[in-house]
Write a protein that binds this ligand. Structure first.
Ligand code: ADE
Ligand code: ZN
Length: 329
């Protein structure tokens, strides 16, 4: 498996958050009950996410978090993972963005050494903090000397701000040679995806599932080769769809769209990347097509071509793990 869409703070397991909270004297009892996160809608999810993030305060805390996250993924058979990082969340916890990236980079190096998993980071701007904050995140992402930061994206509450508000931030990131992705078509519909593609020109869309509501837009994303970072467990937990049968994963695959499978904020949504692949299997998607999600993720990864080829060479192992006939080309 390979994953392109996961928020590092959203990957923090409740036990790890409780351990760090105790160390720093922070009360997290409002968001963790009996070892599980509690929230009831997107707004309270974001609030729980922000409080959980606040317990990671040092470079070492973030090294631990990245190593924990990547270790779990590797144990489940994952060869590559990108995760979103948010300098605004680090600053809010009193940590400089530089120390944040240094700690996370250390965690990646440790996981690569211990578990043979490769990873890269995508700096995100948080749209509900406004265009100025998102531009500041883009300027940080664009700095040289951060070899594992290879992308820039837009996260946060899609209902706030128009995509065009963030065009300058995306221009800064594009000029720096970063890969581009933006959350759209999650809380808002197809019109939000269309406006995001027009204004920000990302190669990938975070979620994008609501594209399925508009056949013209489906034709556009297929024609333009836009990659969808689909996160079914997240969508179901947040109530975008009433049940698994209503989720458009299979429909999107049938259109020929470039689909990847992702876990978003796994313990918040009681999912994992392996669970997402199991969801696809239960939806009637065969093993060869499931392997295609991994192949697609490697093709769309924000990595140099030598790394991409090394990952492609490992697809045979993923095929065996998924029970797929062959890795193919
Ligand atoms: N930040 C963390 N998880 C998110 C999600 N699912 N959508 C938007 N922003 C997020
Ligand atoms: Zn997300």
């Amino acid at each position: 498996m390979a994953e392109l869409h996961c928020h590092i703070e959203g990957a923090a397991h409740p036990d790890l958050v409780e351990a760090h909270a105790a160390r720093h004297g922070i009360d997290v009892s409002a968001i963790i009950h009996n070892g599980h996160y509690v929230w009831h809608d997107f707004t309270s999810f974001l609030a729980a996410y922000d409080l959980a993030s606040s317990v990671f305060r040092t470079e070492a805390d973030y090294a631990d978090l990245a190593a924990d996250h990547l270790g779990r993924l590797a144990a489940a058979g994952t060869i590559y993972a990108e995760f979103f990082i948010s300098p605004d969340h680090a600053r809010e916890a009193g940590l400089s963005p530089e120390a944040y990236v240094a700690g996370l980079s250390r965690g990646i190096a440790q996981a690569r050494h211990d578990h043979d998993i490769e990873a890269r980071m995508i700096v995100v701007g948080v749209r509900h903090l406004g265009a100025e904050a998102v531009e500041r995140a883009a300027r940080f992402a664009a700095r040289p000397g951060q070899p594992l930061v290879t992308g820039f994206g837009l996260a946060g509450d899609e209902r706030i701000g128009a995509p065009a508000d963030f065009a300058r931030a995306f221009a800064i990131a594009r000029d720096a040679g970063l890969g581009l992705t933006a959350h759209a078509g999650e809380l808002c519909g197809a019109e939000s995806v269309r406006a995001t593609l027009d204004a920000l020109k990302p190669s990938r869309i975070g979620h994008g599932v609501r594209t399925a509501e508009d056949p013209d837009l489906v034709r556009r994303i297929v024609a333009e080769g836009i990659v969808l970072e689909v996160c079914p467990g997240s969508n179901l937990a947040l109530g975008l769809y009433p049940d698994a049968a209503a989720h458009p994963l299979k429909q999107l695959v049938a259109t020929g769209a470039r689909v990847t499978l992702n876990s978003d904020d796994p313990p918040f949504f009681r999912t994992s990347l392996a669970d997402e692949y199991a969801f696809a299997a239960q939806a009637g998607i065969d093993a060869g097509t499931r392997l295609g999600f991994t192949r697609q993720a490697v093709e769309a990864a924000f990595v140099d071509e030598a790394t991409r080829r090394r990952l492609q060479d490992r697809l045979g192992l993923v095929a065996i793990a998924l029970g797929a006939p062959s890795a193919g080309g």
